[in-house]
Design a protein around this ligand. Structure first.
Ligand code: TXA
Ligand code: MG
Length: 315
């Protein structure tokens, strides 16, 4: 048996398998096995009101789990699957409540990674998987990141190298009259809107912080992170780190600098983001400054993650 066959067998037996996708590593279980899915919440320390994404290999498998596909959703599927776009759609009765936090909807996508697809096909099961990190922390983009967090607490970790996209999938909901962006991510909003017209962006509701996808603090390193442009100088004796798209004009105030892309490329920056955050977090800094990037393409997802990682929402 090869590694993927072993992992597929584990999934069938109700175990947990971490696996690579093109966005981030997922922590997967058989989506149709409520006990296995419950263990994901337990291991991640994730509140059960935050529903999971179900990963399928193709449209045929999606059709079993979804009650109805609106036209615009089908148009997006044609272009983006396999790929970093998750759709929230009315669920079929087959999807267990624990997967969707008892919502009448299911979040679903076809990942664009050969190992993920083979795992789904070989196990013959749809795989429910959140990102393979502890709740609220930075998502993993390498197998090593997953190993550091979960070690042998999970059945198996499949290693597919670093994730090509590096930020999570874009989540679009088709539950209301018009499509709604719940989370910017690997599929750029501009490309989505080019296909289906304007998509509203869900505004954070502070009175309902527990609504899915709307949790305020997320993707956070342990070191306090400030997101914005620093005004004035830092307190003397404090060690600051900088996370920026390109080299800063004045590097002097920073003990450590992480440049996300030498030539300001937002795709490259997204791919480097989470690993750079983890490296800074290991440097014993007093704080990290993260500078906003242009709010377009993958930049939207980068700014969203940095804002949610920040110690105060608007510093
Ligand atoms: O790229 C990704 O999406 C990665 C890889 C592993 O596929 N997965 C991922 O999962 O980021 P997670 O659990 O970290 O984020 C899933 C997001 C959450 O914000 C959750 O609230 C939202 O999707 N979500 C899931 N089901 C939903 C539903 N039925 N309605 C609304 N939002 C939902
Ligand atoms: Mg996550």
């Amino acid at each position: 048996m090869n590694e993927i066959q072993k992992a597929a067998q584990l999934i069938q037996e109700g175990g947990l398998v971490a696996f690579p996708t093109e966005t981030v590593y997922g922590l997967g279980a058989d989506a149709l096995n409520p006990y296995a899915v419950a263990e994901i919440f337990e291991v991640k320390n994730r509140p059960t009101f935050d529903p999971l994404i179900v990963h399928v290999a193709d449209m045929r498998q999606a059709e079993i789990l979804v009650a109805k596909f609106p036209d615009k959703a089908l148009r997006l599927i044609e272009k983006f699957w396999p790929g970093p776009l998750t759709l929230v759609l009315p669920k079929s009765s087959l999807v267990p409540d624990i997967v969707t936090s008892s919502l009448p909807t299911v979040a679903i996508r076809v990942p664009d990674h050969p190992m993920a697809l083979e795992l789904i096909r070989e196990s013959g099961r749809p795989i429910a998987a959140p990102s393979a990190n502890l709740f609220g922390q930075v998502s993993p983009t390498t197998a090593e990141h997953v190993r550091k967090t979960f070690g042998n607490k999970i059945g198996m970790i499949l290693d597919g190298g670093p994730c090509a996209i590096g930020v999570e999938s874009t989540v679009v909901s088709f539950i209301g009259k018009e499509p709604l962006l719940l989370r910017p991510g690997g599929a750029p909003l501009e490309e989505i809107e080019a296909l289906i017209g304007l998509v509203s962006v869900q505004v954070k509701s502070l009175d309902k912080p527990s609504a899915p996808g709307q949790l305020e603090s997320h993707y956070a390193p342990k070191t306090p992170l400030f997101f914005g442009v620093p005004l004035g100088s830092f307190p003397i004796g404090k060690k600051a780190g900088l996370l920026a798209l390109e080299k800063p004009l004045n590097p002097a105030p920073y003990a450590v600098i992480e440049v996300l892309s030498d030539h300001g490329d937002l795709r490259e920056a997204a791919a480097n983001l989470f690993a750079a955050m983890r490296r800074l977090d290991e440097k014993n800094l007093d704080f990290i400054w993260a500078l906003p990037v242009p709010d377009q393409g993958l930049g939207r997802a980068i700014n969203d993650r940095l804002a949610k990682a920040s110690t105060k929402a608007n510093y």
